[in-house]
Design a protein around this ligand. Structure first.
Ligand code: NAD
Length: 343
């Protein structure tokens, strides 16, 4: 089947070309994001493949449908950028990759913890400058620390096991507590206030939903241990960034590691090194020595990309063969949230 890829980077080409080495499908890669201005590029392609920040609103879908598109294959888990109702009205099926590698994201959360604690980013730059002083580089042992995990699902569980390996005590909070977490040594589910009050490190692994929007706000930060380390590899909207900045300035937050940022669309995934960033909040956040930011790269491992490519092409093959679509996303009535924004 002819498949038109949008927001295609070099790594998308290579992972998909190797997953399609038998040329089952004909892949065409376009660099621009999918939107009403670019949708026309896919005219004649029965399948369009889109990523997290591609826009599949009603106008875009109208152009795609008029051009012959019948399948929107998302190479990500989230589908909040798709007008599912309109897609259904146009007869366009939507499929996604619900899970690829919980290890990739959990391990990145640990990388942020270690980088912040042992100040790896500062030490690296210092040594390159022939400055071998240790002043300001002191860290702490992770052994014996209490780690709070908000969301003990797939990624939260992998993260919990890694932190257990360091000898940490684990406190979990989840709206659906699971026995697998409880069965870990030194781990128990507690209430959110208990988790905030007793954790030295807090890592967010729950989805962004209406009830988790700005979960970490002024009130939550005030309940945390002074000097807490806060890690967010989940979704930018979980964190009220101005509240975090206030917490950093007062010392209540001792370390902040983020892979996601509420206003990341338009920033992340682009090389803006020659431009003037207009987002003052982001620039202020960057200026603090105890803040480490990565640009939504937690998912970005070879293994995850292979899994994404394999599942996406399998989704497309199922559609072409007229088989039931294992990973179909269907329109739900408005009372049910269809907008879980996962990566
Ligand atoms: P999952 O569904 O396996 O786990 C999420 C857990 O959060 C579930 O156990 C659920 O019960 C729990 N939860 C739901 N609402 C909650 C609430 N209000 N408070 C506490 N817990 C709540 O999902 P997962 O695969 O572990 O992914 C977790 C999140 O990681 C995703 O939602 C996504 O936002 C993020 N993610 C980020 C990247 C990245 O590259 N940075 C990549 C993939 C996923």
């Amino acid at each position: 089947m002819d498949v038109a890829f949008f927001s295609a980077k070099s790594y998308d080409r290579s992972s998909f070309q190797s997953a399609n080495s038998d040329n089952t499908h004909t892949l065409t890669f376009f660099e621009p994001q999918l939107n009403p201005q670019t949708a026309v590029l896919a005219v004649g392609s029965p399948a369009v493949c889109a990523f997290v920040n591609d826009c599949a609103d009603a106008e875009t879908l109208d152009i795609s449908a008029a051009g012959g598109t019948r399948l929107l294959a998302l190479r990500c888990a989230g589908f909040n950028t798709v007008d599912l109702k309109h897609a259904a009205e146009l007869g366009i099926k939507v499929v996604r990759v619900p899970a690829y590698s919980p290890y990739a994201v959990a391990e990145h959360a640990v990388a942020l913890i270690l980088a912040l604690n042992r100040k790896i980013y500062r030490a690296y730059n210092r040594v390159r400058d022939d400055n071998f002083s240790l002043e300001g580089l002191q860290g702490f042992d992770l052994f014996g620390q209490t780690v709070g995990i908000v969301g003990t699902g797939q990624i939260g569980m992998v993260f919990a096991r890694i932190m257990q390996g360091f000898g940490c005590k684990l406190l979990g909070y989840d709206v659906y507590p699971n026995e697998r977490f409880e069965s870990l040594e030194n781990a128990s589910h507690v209430s959110l206030p208990e988790l905030y009050a007793n954790s030295d490190i807090i890592s967010l692994h729950c989805p962004l939903l209406p009830d988790t929007y700005h979960l970490i706000d002024d009130e939550a930060i005030a309940q945390m241990k002074p000097g807490v380390m806060l890690i967010n590899t989940s979704r930018g909207g979980l964190l009220d960034t101005p509240a975090a900045i206030k917490g950093i300035k007062s010392g209540q937050i001792g370390y902040l590691g983020i892979d996601v940022y509420e206003q990341e669309d338009g920033l992340f995934f682009h090389d803006l090194s020659d431009t003037i960033i207009q987002d003052d909040t982001f620039q202020l956040l960057q200026s603090f020595p105890n803040v480490a930011i990565t640009a939504h790269q937690a998912f970005f491992t070879r293994n995850a990309l292979e899994a994404i490519a394999t599942t996406t092409l399998a989704n497309i093959s199922q559609f072409e063969a007229g088989e039931p679509l294992t990973n179909e996303v269907t329109y739900q009535p408005p009372t049910v949230s269809t907008a879980e924004p996962v990566a």
